[in-house]
Structures are given as C-alpha cells and as structure tokens.
Design a protein around this ligand. Structure first.
Ligand SMILES: Cc1cc2nc3c(=O)[nH]c(=O)nc-3n(C[C@H](O)[C@H](O)[C@H](O)COP(=O)(O)O)c2cc1C
Length: 90
C-alpha cells in the first residue's frame, strides 16, 4: 500500500492506497482502493477520480486474524497521514 492523494471534486485528499488482490480474503483480481483519510460522508459515485502515489509503505499481506489486518490498516493510515503532511499539498 502507498501514501498519496485521491483527486476528486477539485480537491487533493490525503489517501492510503491499497493495490493488490486482497489476499486476506483469497481475492484473485487486482484492485486499487483509495481510502480518503479523515473524510466522512464523501459521495464520489459516478465521478472520475485520480490517484497520485507519493511513497510505497508495504506490500499486501494475509494476517492471522481480521483484527490483525484492521490493526495494521490503522497504522497504515497513521503513517500515510504523516507522509502526506510532510510532503505538503500537490
Ligand atoms: C490501508 C489499507 C491497507 C490494506 N492492506 C491489506 C492487506 O495487507 N491485505 C489484504 O488482503 N487487504 C488489504 N487491504 C484491502 C482490504 O482487504 C479491503 O479494504 C477489504 O477487502 C474491503 O474491500 P471491499 O470494500 O471491497 O469489501 C487494505 C486496504 C487499505 C485501505
């Protein structure tokens, strides 16, 4: 997963961007999932959006438990928030 920005509605939003097959859930299709950090109630359905990648944080993994993945995702978001803040706006 990567730290970066989700661009939508004329805004650059700090994001944690997961790229991979979601091995935790035995996925097979590679997807790109941008989690907009600290944003609630965004409605982007039907819009074209773009992502900018700032830094690679870690590869996708399969964890012992779902809780372990959720715990890791919390740390990922914290790391991404810091990385994007250190870089400033684009
Ligand atoms: C920051 C972040 C890190 C993630 N890391 C992993 C991972 O290590 N392994 C994994 O299988 N999926 C990972 N995912 C993807 C989640 O599994 C995904 O959000 C979940 O499957 C929900 O997908 P859905 O909204 O399509 O149901 C990550 C997602 C985010 C946003």
């Amino acid at each position: 997963m990567y730290a970066g920005w989700l661009h939508a509605q004329g805004e650059a939003m700090p994001a944690a961007i997961s790229v991979g097959t979601n091995p935790q859930f035995e996925g097979t299709e590679r997807t790109v999932e941008a989690y907009a950090i600290d944003r609630v109630g965004l409605d982007l359905y039907g819009l074209h959006v773009a992502v900018d990648f700032l830094a690679f944080v870690r590869g996708q993994a399969k964890f012992e438990t779902l809780d372990a993945l959720l715990e890791q995702m919390g740390q990922d978001v914290k790391k991404c928030r810091e990385l994007v803040a250190a870089e400033g706006a684009v």
